[in-house]
Design a protein around this ligand. Structure first.
Ligand SMILES: [Zn+2]
Length: 295
């Protein structure tokens, strides 16, 4: 995950440019929902899907996979608009201090209906992240405020998941880093921030090399490309060649390229411990079925 920084007014302007009546419709629908016992959500968020797709460079807000086809993209409600499902904490996470206050009925809790049309509660996610992993989960460490409308005040909920749009939440790259193809909490991340990283990774299966084999393969392909460019830059004897490889490295670690957090972490590792980086690159080659180089 990475942050897609945008100021509130810029996001509003981009939405208005797409549909100048969108906010009026959103206000009307929010009022209707507040007065109805069984809310019926009209999916006008689909009308502004392109705003988020552009902002996120057509990448999933959680796994950073490139969203190739419109059918593979969902508008994601970070705080679920419908009933919030209880999420069970694994024993491993419990040992790391992750605690979730139990809802009274242990089943589900009311959804955040008032946030259904709030721009800073939306993002674009891939079908796998949205439908198979995130679903209607929204585990929190504090007390749930499903009637709140001020996202600033709702920080008191102490959400475990990280919201990557704008600057209202922590920068995901400050909380989550990568070791090779696997995400983990940043090395100096402590306390609630560390627990947020752990839950975000676990809930979205970002470190599950079996269930998310395709994602791991995609990361491996990108990491191999970056590795080859880093090696070529290191071995370049002419400035023009070095500059060419540096440009490729900059492109591969740019926010607009898939798996930025993974690749930036790998680039840092390559600069600190080249031998370990080479071992990871070799593992990627194996995962991708490349033939080992004969020495
Ligand atoms: Zn995804």
């Amino acid at each position: 995950m990475i942050r897609y920084a945008i100021h509130r007014e810029m996001l509003r302007a981009a939405i208005k440019e797409k549909d100048k009546l969108w906010f009026r419709k959103a206000t009307e629908l929010t009022k209707q929902i507040a007065s109805s016992r069984k809310p019926n959500f009209k999916p006008i968020w689909n009308q502004i899907k392109a705003v988020y797709a552009g902002l996120q460079s057509e990448k999933c807000c959680y796994c950073e996979k490139k969203l190739e086809h419109p059918i593979d993209q969902d508008v994601e409600h970070f705080r679920p608009k419908s009933a919030v499902r209880p999420w069970s904490v694994s024993r491993a996470l419990s040992k790391q201090g992750v605690r979730i206050p139990r809802s009274r009925n242990h089943l589900s809790e009311p959804g955040y209906t008032k946030l259904a049309y709030v721009p800073f509660n939306l993002a674009i996610a891939c079908k796998t992240c949205n439908s198979s992993f995130k679903r209607n989960y929204f585990p929190i460490e504090g007390e749930r405020d499903s009637v709140g409308t001020s996202l600033k005040r709702m920080k008191a909920e102490r959400p475990y998941l990280i919201y990557p749009i704008g600057v209202i939440d922590s920068n995901p790259e400050d909380l989550i880093t990568f070791r090779g193809l696997s995400p983990l909490p940043g090395y100096s991340t402590k306390g609630h921030k560390r627990r947020r990283a752990l839950v975000t990774i676990a809930l979205l299966g970002l470190d599950d090399a079996i269930k998310r084999r395709d994602l791991f393969k995609e990361r491996a392909r990108c990491l191999r490309l970056l590795f080859l460019e880093l090696e070529a830059r290191a071995g370049a004897t002419r400035d023009t060649v070095r500059v060419k490889h540096q440009e490729m490295i900059d492109n591969l670690t740019d926010a607009g390229t898939p798996h930025t957090n993974c690749l930036r972490s790998f680039k840092r590792l390559y600069e600190l411990n080249r031998q370990e980086a080479r071992e990871f690159a070799e593992e990627c080659a194996k995962l991708l079925g490349e033939k080992r180089r004969q020495n």
